[in-house]
Write a protein that binds this ligand. Structure first.
Ligand code: MN
Length: 200
């Protein structure tokens, strides 16, 4: 058994003009594929051969001897979460009232959330990720570097993420990470996915 690439939940060009089909071709077909392939290469013939991505990450996180495996498995997991954090479907972009209320309670308003999220995404130095998480009883924004993620625990749940590695936006936005963040936040976030994560 090996880790398999999860299908992209929409067509490669479905997120245009915010994210081009060409970016997705590379991002999904090359970068994400490479993380999955490398993970499989690293687990072949080891104790992890039949483990799920989640099991691998849980076991190797924080253990320096498994850094390369963590990086690749972590990136595979983060990308799967990222594909689902975006949607071309207008219905999935609607925020459930319950979550909208929680956003208001946690950030003041949806606009204030977007502004704070974009600011955090832009401030993440180098490669990494920005996340909306449900932490205890409040929504928070956090960033992680490289392949790190806020992995689900009893009290912490990731709801949405934004990939801020340059490969996520460079073909479309070059160095303009703020524009990339703003476009994604305004136009293609999958709030239905966020709500499912919030409830589960
Ligand atoms: Mn990426």
């Amino acid at each position: 058994m090996s880790i398999e690439m999860k299908p992209l939940p929409y067509d490669l060009n479905a997120l245009e003009p915010v994210i081009s089909g060409r970016t997705m071709e590379f991002h999904y077909g090359k970068h994400y594929k490479a993380y999955v392939d490398k993970t499989n290469e690293l687990i072949k013939g080891t104790q992890f051969e039949n483990a799920s991505l989640e099991e691998i990450i849980t076991f190797v996180a924080g253990k320096p001897e498994y850094q390369t495996l963590f990086n690749n498995a972590g990136q595979a997991w983060n990308h799967e979460f990222f594909w689902h954090s975006l949607t071309p479907n207008a219905q999935e972009r609607q925020i459930e009232q319950e979550l909208a209320d929680k956003i208001k309670e946690s950030f003041g308003s949806l606009d204030a959330f977007k502004e704070a999220f974009a600011k955090a995404a832009v401030a993440q130095f180098g490669s990494g990720w920005a996340w909306l998480v449900y932490d205890g009883d409040v929504l928070k924004i956090m960033t992680t570097s490289n392949a790190n993620m806020p992995f689900k625990t009893d009290t912490l749940k990731p709801l949405l993420c934004l990939d801020v590695w340059e490969h996520a936006y460079y073909l479309d936005y070059q160095n303009r990470r703020p524009d990339f963040a703003k476009e994604v936040l305004d136009k293609i976030l999958n709030w239905k996915f966020a709500f499912e994560n919030y409830k589960n």
